[in-house]
Structures are given as C-alpha cells and as structure tokens.
Ligand binder design. Structure first.
Ligand code: BES
Ligand code: ZN
Length: 647
C-alpha cells in the first residue's frame, strides 16, 4: 500500500507567499517566466511549460526504436490551442534531446521552418525549448532524437532479459522523464490525446499506453491511438520479446515468454478487481486493462500507464500475496488517470486516494482481515518515519500561497497519510455517504487535472455541508495542511498482527521461536510484521536462530528481503552479505533495495561493499535507480555535490 523510497528530490526549504512566484526554484535557471495566473492557479515548479498561453491538444508521434544506438528518433506533431490571444511562443520541456528541426503549418497548409532556441540544461529540469510561432500555427512539428542516457528510458541487451534473445526497452515517464523521450509540455496540468506510428526491429513487439492489440502481429511496424486525454507522465512505451496471455475479455498479461504463465496465474484476480472497483466507483473508462511485466530492473513496483500497467516481476511470488500492487495501479484508473493532480504539490491526491481505493479493492477480494493487515503495515511505518521529517513534509499538501523550491516530496506521507485521511472520512461519514461522494468526485472531475484546493472545496460542499456535524473544516484543514498524524486518525485493529506481536515478544523475552505449525499459516504480511517489530538490532545468535528456523537469508520475497537485510547489516551478521550482494545486483526496484544500501553506507566496510555492488550492478540498473544509489553513497562520503535527479 505504500512506498517508502519514492522521494522526489526533497528540497525542504519553502519560499513563503507574496511575490514568491518570482523566487527562483533551487535550480535558478528553472525560474518560470509566465505571468501570475488566476489566484489559486497551481504553479508547477517542475516544468517550463506555459499552458496558460498555449496548450497541446493532441500529439502525433512518428518514432523509430533503434536498439543499436539506444535511440528513439522521429517527430512529434502537436495540435495546439492558443489560449492567450497575445501568445506567439510555444515552450516545451526537453532533457538530453537533440532537436533537428522545427516546422509549423501555415493557414494555407504549407509547413515552414520555425525559429527555436534550446536553452542550456538545468540539472533537474532539462532544457527549455522555446519555439517562435508568430503565426500561432495550429500545428507544430519537432524532429528530434533521444540520447542513450535518456533518463526516462532503459535499454537492456538480450543478455539482461529473461529469454536472452531479444533486446528490451521501456519508458518510465513519471515524474518528469517524458521530456527525455518526447519534447512536451511536461506538466500534469496539460492533457492531450495521442497517436503513434512506431517502427522497430521486426522480432520485437512494441506496446504503448494506448490501444494495444492482444493479437498484434510482430512485424516491426505498429500504430497506436489513445483517444482519451492524458497528462504527459502517462505517456509510455515498451519494446521486447513480449507475448500476451488473457485473464478476461478486457484484461491480460504481456510478458516475456518464460514469465507469462506464472504472471497470469499470479494476476488471475485482475478482472475481479476491475469489477469490484466498478461496483464502488463507477465504470472502468479506459477500454482494456492489461499488465506488462518488466524485467527486475524496473525502478518501481508499478506504474499506472493507462490501459497497460507496467509492473515489477518482484511481486510474482507464487501465492498472490503481493497483488495489492495491481489493485493500486488499477485504482489509479480512477484516482490519478481520470482525476489528476495538477501540480507536484498535489501528489497525495493521486497516491493517497489510490492507496485508499487499493485497500478497498483488497478488502472486496480478500476480506477485511487481510485489508487491515495491509493498512496496519502502512500506518505503522508512517508512525515510525513521519516524526523525522521536516514539518512541511509531514503535510499532505502545501498551502496554495507557499511555493516549494524546485522538487517536492513524494514519501509515504502522500500514500499512507493520504489513505488514512480517506479512511478517516469514511469512518466519520460511513460508507453509505462516503462511497457515493468519492464516486461523484471521480465523475465530476473526470479527465481533468485539479489542485488540492479544488478537492477541499468539493469535499466541503458535498460532504461536510451535506452531512453537518460529522467533520469540521478545522479537522479537514489539519489532515491536509497540518504536520503529524491527527488524533482523529481511526485505529486499524488486526487480530492477526496482535498474535504475531505476542509470539515475537515471547521470543525476545527468551522463549522459543514460533513453531513452523504456527508460521505455516502466515501470509507474507504476517512475516513482514514479524520483522518490522524487531528491535533495531539483534544479537548474532538471534539472527542465526531466525535464519536457521525460517531461512530469511536468500529469500525470494523482496518485501521480506528489504526488511531482513538492513537488520543483518545493522546488527553485524556477515553471513548475509553474499545474498545481499546477489539481491542488490539482481533487483533494481528502489523501494526494495534502498533500505539495505542506506544501512550499508553507514560503516566504512559497508560503504566499500555498497560501492563494489553498485559497480557490478550498474550496467543492469535503470538510470533512476543508479541516481538514487549514487546519491546515498556520495552523501555518506560527505560529497554534497552529487545532486540526486528528480525521480
Ligand atoms: N505512480 C506511482 C509511481 C511513481 C510515483 C513513479 C511518482 C514516479 C514518481 C505508482 O502508482 C506507485 O505508487 N507505485 C508503487 C506501488 C505501490 C505503492 C503498490 C511503487 O512503485 O512502489
Ligand atoms: Zn501509485
């Protein structure tokens, strides 16, 4: 339900209101030039785009995927809505792109060259591309190619794939990496439809966040259409030795041939999840819902690319115990993809509401006890970590009159405090009123990008005012803008976890470890809770006893590994080191590996080990993962000059 390591380049400092719009973000070249828009209009410090002047309505891509040069090349044609009658310039976000040509369509249908300027690159934001369009052209086309190190793409050689025959490539556009493979107004405030014509080597299947055809013939020539308007961070592409296996009429799995049966079995409940969500929140509006299983280097658990969730293979553990990841990404089809946050300050609306819906889906499929275990894991972790954060970072959102410098945070606060806030509302209003409210919210703002203030107003009008006496405006305000966890947070009770607490404590007090008769019935979640509740360090004998009884070292379950290995490093248990190295080299999902890296770098020997592992793992890591690991290592060495790129 949550993710601890999703940190968007955290710049703690905030710049207070007033003329703060002029205050330069952390990287000052990022200062925006657009005039102050309507009061409350959200300022996106992560984009150069000026959507109040001109907006992309439709994007037509013509691209070639070249594995030899690790390059995507071609053109992007934009249908534009000139919003401001004075505007004659289109500003796009780019990162490491080579711009070859820019043309605009004149009113007589002729395409003519347009003047453009590509600014020097800002480390966080990339290069601003300013295109002069004195005729306010209805269509503009940019011809370009990507760099091999494009931050939003990963290129894998055949040897790095499961099958070893075809190369593999995939995108990860959220948060601001779409600009590294397509010049765009890379801000969630702008939504556009798109089409694409993509060529690739003949044996490779290409998929996009669009109308993928399960029966598509592999011929190296593919066309796509996405008729629903999406924000740039949902633009996605993948290419590789991918085959399809259906789950239902509208749902299925794309994966490498060696993986597809296992993955389809693990995700067999997907159709039931879609139906459960529809029953609560209205129709699934995107047509197909497929899942693409990526190689283990995928830096995230999942990414809610419309019509095709991109997923890590690390959740395929054989017992469906980690499928809440699918529930989460599916839930984004309502919270996020349908109703989208409009600036980086509002991410809780995507991730928090989604995490709540995820838990409701899990409850509908697997029962309240299981859903409560998942909620309790998230809430316990939030309680552990929130106190160490800057007060501003403990809030779900930042007041509209406060501007954060450059990056914003995306921590478990957005996910778990966000979900908890929704549970609080559910608890006070009851499902009979809260469920229709949330459904109404998704309907009302469908295909729009909105800020937190709009959510708040909608909640005041449709929940607080309609059902007076249940929640005060002050409580709403505290949940959204206040630090910490409000007193009003409903307590999640889990008898299963109480039982785990009891046997763990008995062992710590000198008793025996729980017998395999007891633990045989445990789900992954109970194991996670068992480990989470351990003291910060254990003795060598205690760790050896745990390993002897349960074989944690070398576990194939990444969720267990991410909790066990930091404990062994902190406590001094070198027996785990070999398995740690193997795990960190094989897996690139940051949530799973960063806690162990963070623990390793605390001692000189561990730091050396982390550096050796990184060098071995580097060719197989995604640029996002490499960036995170490098930054942790650099910080441990006292080198503050390594800027962690925005995720
Ligand atoms: N949309 C996020 C992933 C994301 C967020 C990428 C921000 C880049 C910037 C996705 O839905 C997500 O939350 N993934 C989680 C899954 C988990 C919470 C079930 C992850 O990857 O850990
Ligand atoms: Zn999410």
């Amino acid at each position: 339900m949550r993710s601890s390591i999703l940190t968007l380049c955290f710049a703690a400092a905030v710049v207070l209101g007033g003329c703060s719009r002029d205050a330069a973000p952390a990287a000052d070249t990022a200062a925006k030039s657009d005039a102050v828009t309507a009061p409350g209009a959200e300022y996106d410090s992560l984009s150069y785009a000026e959507p109040d002047k001109v907006r992309i309505r439709d994007l037509a891509l013509a691209l070639d995927v070249d594995f030899n040069d690790k390059q995507i090349s071609g053109s992007a044609t934009y249908d534009l809505d000139w919003v401001d009658p004075e505007a004659t310039e289109l500003v796009l976000d780019t990162r490491d792109l080579t711009i070859e040509k820019v043309v605009g369509e004149r009113s007589d249908g002729k395409w003519v060259d347009l003047k453009y300027e590509l600014a020097d690159a800002d480390k966080l934001l990339g290069s601003k591309l300013s295109i002069q369009a004195p005729e306010r052209n209805g269509r503009i086309r940019v011809t370009y190619h990507t760099a091999p190190q494009a931050s939003g793409l990963q290129w894998l050689t055949p040897a790095m794939t499961e099958g070893g025959k075809q190369p593999f490539m995939f995108s990860q556009s959220q948060q601001i990496h779409a600009r590294s493979w397509v010049p765009l107004q890379d801000t969630p405030r702008v939504r556009f439809t798109y089409t694409a014509h993509v060529t690739s080597p003949k044996d490779v299947m290409v998929l996009m966040s669009a109308d993928n055809d399960p029966k598509a013939v592999r011929d190296g020539d593919y066309t796509f259409e996405m008729p629903q308007a999406i924000p740039s961070y949902l633009l996605a592409i993948a290419a590789g030795d991918l085959v399809f296996k259906p789950i239902s009429d509208r749902s299925g799995v794309w994966a490498e041939p060696a993986m597809v049966d296992k993955a389809t079995a693990e995700f067999a409940d997907t159709e039931k999840m879609i139906e459960a969500t529809e029953a609560m929140y209205g129709p699934y509006r995107w047509g197909r819902y497929d899942i693409l299983v990526l190689p283990p280097s995928f830096p995230y658990g999942g990414m809610e690319n419309p019509r095709i969730t991109f997923a890590t293979p690390t959740v395929i553990v054989g017992d469906k115990s980690l499928v809440s990841l699918i529930a989460h990404e599916l839930a984004h089809s309502w919270a996020g993809n349908l109703v989208t946050f409009s600036s980086p300050k509002d991410q809780w609306m995507n991730e928090g509401i989604t995490s709540y819906v995820e838990n409701r889906i899990i409850e509908a499929l697997y029962g309240k006890d299981f859903a409560n275990m998942e909620a309790a894991i998230a809430q316990n972790e939030l309680r552990k970590t929130i106190g160490d954060m800057e007060p501003q970072a403990q809030a779900l959102a930042i007041r509209p009159d406060i501007h954060v410098k450059a990056g914003d945070t995306l921590t478990e606060v957005a996910y778990d405090k966000g979900a908890w806030f929704m549970m609080f509302l559910e608890h006070r209003f009851g499902r009979e009123d809260f469920d229709p409210f949330l459904r109404g919210y998704f309907d009302h703002f469908a295909f729009q990008s909105i800020p937190t203030t709009t959510f708040v107003q909608y909640a005041k009008d449709n929940l607080l005012a309609k059902h007076p006496g249940k929640v005060t405006e002050a409580e709403l305000d505290e949940w959204i803008y206040g630090p910490g966890i409000p007193e009003s947070a409903p307590v999640t009770v889990s008898p299963q976890f109480d039982a785990v607490d009891a046997v763990r404590q008995a062992w710590i007090d000198g008793g025996a470890l729980p017998s395999t008769e007891v633990t045989a019935k445990w789900s992954t979640q109970e194991w996670l809770h068992f480990l989470e509740g351990m003291p910060a360090t254990l003795s060598h004998d205690q760790l050896a006893a745990l390993d002897a009884a349960y074989a944690f070292t070398g576990t194939p379950n990444g969720e267990i590994a991410m909790r066990w290995y930091p404990l062994t490093v902190r406590s001094g248990y070198p027996e785990a080191n070999e398995a740690i190295a193997e795990f960190l080299e094989r897996v690139g999902r940051r949530k799973l590996i960063m806690p162990t890296y963070a623990e390793l770098v605390k001692s000189p020997a561990g730091l050396a080990m982390a550096e050796t592992i990184l060098e071995k793992a580097r060719p197989g890591y995604h640029p996002i993962t490499t960036g995170s690991v490098e930054s942790v290592i650099a910080k441990a060495k006292g080198d503050d000059t390594v800027v962690k790129p925005v995720d």
